[in-house]
Design a protein around this ligand. Structure first.
Ligand code: ATP
Length: 226
């Protein structure tokens, strides 16, 4: 099994049959080999979030197949989809969505405890991840005591907490100013490279996209090599 994700002929419409019907995905095909980092660029409204939600098993296509680590997840039951999300996928969004009442360390530890990891091992991994993004000194801070860039770096660590096979990121630095965006993106790429992670990262920033292994553009409901 050398491909972490395969999307085959995905189609997705909203409000089919109604006057406001919109066909967003019209035959999307994508294969991500293990270890590959793919940039997804798309104009606003092109369907980038729709595609990431389907790839992340948060939504289902009208037709086509989603194959994660060699397993066809298209018709899988909710419990299997939830388990696959928890065990195989990591998510990063434009806004960090950290739990405000917990420290940086706890935010990275909790998903591991939920996955059955011992507290000792979970905290050790959380500290290692924080060190990799330069936040050792901030482990005990709550999100409100962290800068936007620091919050987002903690969110990256949390996404990687359970050692996912694939990272899905939707504009991970879209909420940051250009200088911070650069620093935070570099931290993300270092983490991804150090762990050999595969990733699908949506961004409007073409300079950041160019630093990934491959750039794909979502246009008129299909993916094309940029
Ligand atoms: N639940 C929904 N019901 C109806 N239309 C929807 C729904 N979700 C998205 N759409 C429409 O589908 C199209 C694609 O939406 P999507 O959110 O995937 O775009 P996007 O590329 O992520 O946009 P942005 O970059 O602005 O976030 C848009 O025209 C949007 O209005």
């Amino acid at each position: 099994m050398n491909d972490v994700l395969k999307l085959e002929q995905l189609e997705k419409s909203y409000n089919p049959g109604k006057p406001n019907a919109i066909a967003v995905l019209k035959g999307v095909n994508l294969t991500i080999p293990c270890g590959q980092v793919v940039a997804l660029v798309a104009p606003s409204g092109a369907g980038k979030s729709t595609l990431l939600h389907i790839a992340g098993l948060l939504d289902t296509p009208d037709s086509g197949r989603v194959i994660l680590q060699g397993q066809d997840m298209t018709g899988a039951k909710d419990a299997a989809r939830t388990a696959a999300r928890r065990e195989a996928l990591g998510f990063v969004y434009q806004f960090h969505h950290l739990l405000p009442e917990f420290t940086a360390l706890e935010n990275i530890t909790l998903p591991q405890l939920a996955n059955g990891t011992s507290r000792k091992a979970a905290e050790a991994r959380a500290r290692d991840l924080l060190a990799r993004v330069g936040l050792t000194e901030r482990a005990g801070h709550r999100p409100s005591a962290l800068s936007g860039g620091e919050q987002q770096r903690v969110a990256f660590c949390r996404a990687l907490a359970n050692a996912p096979a694939l990272l899905l990121a939707d504009e991970p630095t879209g909420n940051l100013d250009p200088g911070t965006s650069e620093t935070v993106f570099s931290a993300l790429m270092e983490l991804v490279r150090a762990t050999g992670l595969s990733a699908l990262i949506a961004t409007h920033n073409l300079e950041l996209a160019a630093r990934m292994d491959r750039v794909l553009r979502l246009t008129d409901g299909q993916l094309v090599e940029a």
